[in-house]
Ligand binder design. Structure first.
Ligand code: ZN
Length: 90
């Protein structure tokens, strides 16, 4: 393998990471519009713990963990997932 091959492989690996949907985005895509809006509202409501949201989602058949919720919430401040910000979508 040449250096160029290695560098191209690094580039595509980075793209895959950046383009990957987080678990919360996957769940949001599976929900109907009403449920997705309610979940988005809770995600913006930082007084509700991520673990509580994750437990509720898991109980309803959408398995996730509190860490997934926190990762998704951190996208606003940076350092989280690459999902679009709430006000960027509208
Ligand atoms: Zn996300």
């Amino acid at each position: 393998m040449s250096l160029q091959d290695d560098l191209v492989a690094l580039e595509s690996a980075r793209k895959n990471v950046g383009g990957k949907q987080c678990r919360i985005a996957e769940i949001l895509a599976q929900l109907n519009a009403k449920d997705a809006a309610a979940l988005n509202h809770l995600l913006d409501e930082t007084q509700v713990f991520g673990t509580q949201i994750a437990e509720t989602l898991t109980k309803n058949g959408h398995h996730t963990r509190g860490a997934n919720v926190q990762h998704h919430r951190r996208r606003v401040k940076g350092g989280g997932c690459n999902c679009p910000l709430p006000n960027a979508a509208s």
